[in-house]
Ligand binder design. Structure first.
Ligand SMILES: CC(C)(COP(=O)(O)OP(=O)(O)OC[C@H]1O[C@@H](n2cnc3c(N)ncnc32)[C@H](O)[C@@H]1OP(=O)(O)O)[C@@H](O)C(=O)NCCC(=O)NCCS
Length: 149
């Protein structure tokens, strides 16, 4: 199977600046019947990356309460490197909204392609699994995220 993918017209060219939360190799065990990476696996990867950011901000256990949006921009193929970038975009009393992007790269090539993106809501929970307060969003971190782009 060819590793070439067709990019949609509005494809971004470069991934977010900074280190990804997660970087994995797309393996055959996670394909769908069509031989591409299974959408459920990709969504799970987004959820994991967002969860890392949420837990790091809250310094508490966190649970996913909503996948507000998920878009598949381009397929991810077996053997691709998949990099998951995530950033905190909004904080409520106990909830956090995290934007996540997954970028594929053929391992022996330089070009990266945005393949999946989403917005997740996480809630911080205490020992009794009840929602607990999270710190306010650090505006400096948000501004520096933007300035990096
Ligand atoms: C997350 C959970 C603890 C929230 O409990 P709850 O009784 O609904 O709590 P609240 O109504 O006080 O809501 C807590 C926060 O979640 C937000 N929230 C609740 N439902 C939401 C939804 N569908 N979408 C977005 N945010 C939501 C609320 O707005 C609130 O945010 P805020 O405190 O920042 O204002 C509970 O719903 C739960 O345990 N869900 C299952 C989580 C889970 O198993 N996830 C999968 C595995 S990680």
């Amino acid at each position: 199977m060819s590793n070439q993918v067709t990019k949609s017209e509005n494809s971004e060219v470069l991934p977010p600046v900074g280190n990804p939360e997660i970087r994995v190799i797309a393996m055959p065990a996670n394909t769908n019947a069509d031989g591409r990476m299974f959408g459920g696996w990709l969504m799970g990867m987004l959820d994991q990356a967002a969860g890392l950011v949420a837990a790091r901000h809250a310094l508490a256990r966190v649970v996913t309460v909503a996948a507000d949006s998920i878009t598949f921009h381009a397929p991810v193929l077996v053997g691709d490197e998949l990099s998951l970038y995530a950033r905190l975009v909004k904080v409520g009393r106990t909830s956090m909204k995290i934007e996540v992007e997954g970028w594929r790269r053929v391992r022996h090539e330089l070009e990266t392609v945005k393949s999946i993106s989403g917005l997740f809501t996480f809630v911080a929970i205490d020992e009794d699994r009840r929602p607990c307060r999270v710190p306010p969003i650090n505006e400096t971190r948000l501004l520096s995220d933007k300035a990096d782009k």
